[in-house]
Design a protein around this ligand. Structure first.
Ligand SMILES: Cc1cc2nc3c(=O)[nH]c(=O)nc-3n(C[C@H](O)[C@H](O)[C@H](O)COP(=O)(O)OP(=O)(O)OC[C@H]3O[C@@H](n4cnc5c(N)ncnc54)[C@H](O)[C@@H]3O)c2cc1C
Length: 388
């Protein structure tokens, strides 16, 4: 291959570019990115950028200058022609031998609560974060719709700036992390003075007045509303090209996209059968996965069937109320748990999760160092399985 185009100028896309160069690829690399700014890290958007503990410069992705990349930023891809092997943008057609799809996801929009950049916001990009940051002052009434990771992180960041924060969601806070974490998180939110309204949905609002109406007749007042109800994969630009789309873009175990020759995908947008969990179909929206899968996809472009399958051990972290939650593997699939460190009452603990007697994942809450032990145990288990 002499001409590789990467669409999506963020974590997975730049990780793919780095891996291409590390593996000795000396051909042309083009990166096409919708955002105008140079690539940056997204996790600080709901944390450090909102509270002002990091600057925009500090979250830029580094080590990109020596990769000899032809950057096309501020240039959304609008189409893909697989027979001609070209990516379309508004102004040109970019040819490729190999293509990396890394266009991630966007914030899901709630009908009737569309973001307007002032009163109602979502959070996915640096622009979103800077806009939100400008709204958060002591005493600002912030209503967060959605009790998931981003909603809760924004809630705690806003609270630390002195905002009056209410969250509203159908489920308990961080329910995606399981009942133990969720219950601890709920306690910490209450202790920090964040009001959580659970089991309710917003059904309408008056933007001018700043009132949101709940399905039980309740009314919540706000100055700023942040809608954080999940994400949608950015697949539209290649819809109809022949690539398989199924809640993301469908790949094989080496991240080759089904329906495309010399087309791979990585990061939040990619769905693939993860050999670590017997080929279970996964699409993972976590930082570490974007880096690892970007590199794996690049190796598949270069080495085809000789490249290893992308056998991944999912992991993530999330920060709220001054506490770090970490997770490895698939702890919620377990049928038994064991506390390996700390205690729930102390709101600091580590939990190993087992399925059929074998460790399948673990979580630490407020004890980051305990994660190393859980990771080692998971890796040993995986090696044992591979050897069997
Ligand atoms: C606020 C926030 C906090 C987070 N916190 C954590 C955390 O604490 N821990 C953790 O593990 N993970 C966290 N994540 C998740 C992590 O940031 C993502 O998993 C990671 O950014 C995924 O990288 P990606 O490159 O696949 O996708 P993205 O980072 O979404 O990048 C996709 C890029 O493609 C661009 N694009 C989209 N469509 C097109 C198009 N048609 N043409 C060209 N370019 C296009 C987008 O503009 C974007 O720049 C967080 C995410 C957010 C938003």
């Amino acid at each position: 291959m002499k001409n590789i185009t990467i669409v999506g100028a963020s974590l997975a896309g730049t990780s793919a570019a780095k891996a291409l160069r590390e593996d000795g690829y000396d051909g042309h690399i083009t990166i096409v990115g919708e955002e105008i700014c140079r690539p940056y890290d997204r996790p600080p958007l709901s944390k450090d950028i909102l509270v002002g503990s990091k600057t925009v410069d500090e979250i830029a992705l580094h080590d990109l200058d020596d990769l000899d990349i032809d950057w096309k930023l501020g240039t959304p891809a609008t189409g893909l022609d697989l027979s001609q092997r070209r990516v379309r943008t508004g102004s040109e057609e970019i040819s490729f031998d190999g293509l990396v799809i890394a266009t991630g996801v966007r914030a899901r929009v709630l009908a009737g609560f569309e973001p307007d950049g002032e009163r109602v916001l979502t959070l996915r990009s640096l622009d979103d974060a800077l806009r939100l940051r400008a709204c958060l002052r002591s005493g600002t009434r912030v209503l967060i719709v959605g009790n998931g990771f981003i909603g809760i992180e924004v809630a705690t960041s806003a609270r630390s700036l002195g905002c009056n924060v209410t969250t509203v969601g159908l489920l308990e806070p961080l329910s995606a992390a399981g009942p133990i974490v969720s219950a601890t998180c709920a306690r910490l939110l209450a202790r920090d003075g964040i009001t959580s309204t659970v089991g309710r949905r917003v059904i309408s609002m008056d933007r001018e007045r700043g009132t949101a109406h709940l399905d039980d007749g309740g009314v919540l007042e706000f100055d700023v509303m942040v809608v954080a109800i999940g994400s949608v994969p950015n697949v539209e630009w290649f819809a109809g090209s022949g690539l398989a789309i199924e809640d993301g873009v469908l790949c094989d175990e080496r991240c080759s996209v089904i329906g495309g020759n010399g087309v791979v995908a990585a990061g939040d947008i990619a769905r693939w059968p993860n050999p670590t969990f017997a080929g279970r179909s996964m699409r993972i929206e976590h930082w570490a996965n974007a880096i690892e899968q970007g590199a794996a996809a690049a190796r598949t472009l270069l080495h085809g069937e000789q490249a290893p399958a992308f056998a991944s051990l999912p992991s993530f972290w999330s920060d709220h109320c001054g506490v770090r939650l970490q997770s490895v593997g698939l702890p919620l699939l377990g049928d038994r748990i064991e506390f390996t460190d700390g205690a729930i009452d102390a709101e600091k603990y580590a939990v190993a999760s087992y399925l059929d007697g074998q460790i399948i994942g673990g979580q630490t809450y407020g004890i980051p160092r305990a994660m190393a032990h859980l990771r080692i145990r998971m890796s040993q288990e995986l090696k044992r399985k591979q050897a069997a």
